[in-house]
Write a protein that binds this ligand. Structure first.
Ligand code: ZN
Length: 354
């Protein structure tokens, strides 16, 4: 009789994505997950099977967003080969050993502005990002909006952008057996149970490939009292968006909004979004870690004031940029020569360092 620990060790030696690949599934990496055609229904068109590669492969799981099947590697083998639990175990025990049964991803040190969530909250946040990512790929309106803003598929995948349909999160968390209460504590669900980001494009801040925070934007311009942007409320400061891609760069570009930052990502330029123009002391402390940085905030009064504050604080280390005939960088994203026009105004010092 196998103990729980024996079963976890067996799963650890048989990461789900490896098992699925060996069984002929064509998997494509998407963030920390893999996507492929579901072998349990006639999966035409866009692939619906998602395999989550957990930090510990013993926790890997799969889920089909179309037919709804899911579970761990043992269930995968049982369903695929029509086996009993015991037969599936025997089959996995006979599988070729894998190079590494150790946890696969190293953990990066957290930066000062990382909200310190507990494990249940982190798991809920990661699950929400997975759900929202898949929902975005099914939502023509949200995809069309991103396209109109010049944000391409590669950027969508790299940044793990998502869309909150608004009526799926509770069911999904229950299916994943994750605590709904943690989703309330995070602010993913509002009192009463409605999803905070319902109807919004959702952008996670990723640290060591894990989401630590989310911000959502309306699809198109909001009407009435609706806020264009909504961050995850509650505990934890709003982080700087894009921290890991900027840290260690000789001269990242500091921008104002989510879409300015997505524009930089799509152009392959290191940057960081302040998510507003209020430059508080923690932001200044974070920026102090860069030897130089460009400041490319909006050309309006609030943007100019924040730029002046940064130049006053950091002197010649902060290099302000005059945007080439636009209000903000994101306006350049849909233009065929947008990147070129922007690179022309980057004169010093990153051009030399790049
Ligand atoms: Zn399926």
């Amino acid at each position: 009789m196998l103990s729980n620990e024996d079963i976890r060790a067996l799963k650890r030696a048989n990461p789900l994505a490896d098992v699925a690949s060996r069984r002929g599934l064509d998997l494509r990496r998407s963030g920390t997950s893999y996507v492929g055609r579901c072998p349990f229904h006639n999966d035409q068109g866009r692939p619906n099977l998602s395999i989550c590669a957990a930090r510990d492969p013993a926790d890997d799981f799969f889920h089909c967003f179309r037919c709804g099947v899911g579970g761990d590697v043992i269930r995968f083998v049982r369903l695929l080969d029509q086996l009993s639990f015991r037969e599936a175990i025997t089959r996995l025990e006979g599988a070729p050993a894998l190079a590494s049964a150790q946890p696969r991803r190293a953990t990066l040190p957290r930066s000062g502005s990382t909200p310190g969530w507990a494990a249940p909250e982190r798991a809920c946040l990661a699950a929400a990002v997975t759900l929202y990512q898949n929902a975005l790929l099914d939502n023509g309106r949200a995809l069309g909006y991103l396209d109109s803003r010049g944000i391409d598929r590669a950027t969508i995948e790299r940044c793990r952008l998502g869309y909150a349909a608004g009526d799926e999160l509770r069911r999904y968390l229950a299916w994943r057996r994750l605590p709904i209460r943690a989703a309330f504590r995070l602010g993913l669900l509002k009192p009463g149970g409605r999803e905070t980001f319902a109807g919004r494009i959702v952008v996670p801040e990723l640290r060591a490939a894990q989401p630590i925070w989310l911000i959502g934007r309306t699809v198109g311009e909001p009407g009435g009292d609706t806020l264009k942007y909504l961050g995850l409320p509650g505990r934890g400061r709003k982080p700087l968006l894009g921290w890991e891609s900027a840290i260690g760069q000789p001269c990242p570009v500091i921008v104002e909004s989510v879409f300015d930052w997505l524009t930089l990502v799509s152009w392959g330029i290191a940057g960081l979004a302040l998510l507003g123009t209020r430059v508080r002391p923690p932001v200044l402390r974070s920026l102090a870690r860069f030897r130089h940085f460009y400041v490319a905030l909006n050309s309006d009064q609030a943007g100019q004031d924040a730029t002046a504050l940064l130049v006053d604080t950091f002197g010649s280390r902060a290099v302000p940029i005059a945007l080439p005939g636009v209000k903000d960088i994101s306006e350049l994203a849909p233009l065929p020569d947008g990147r070129e026009r922007f690179l022309r105004v980057l004169t010093w010092p990153a051009r030399a360092a790049a």
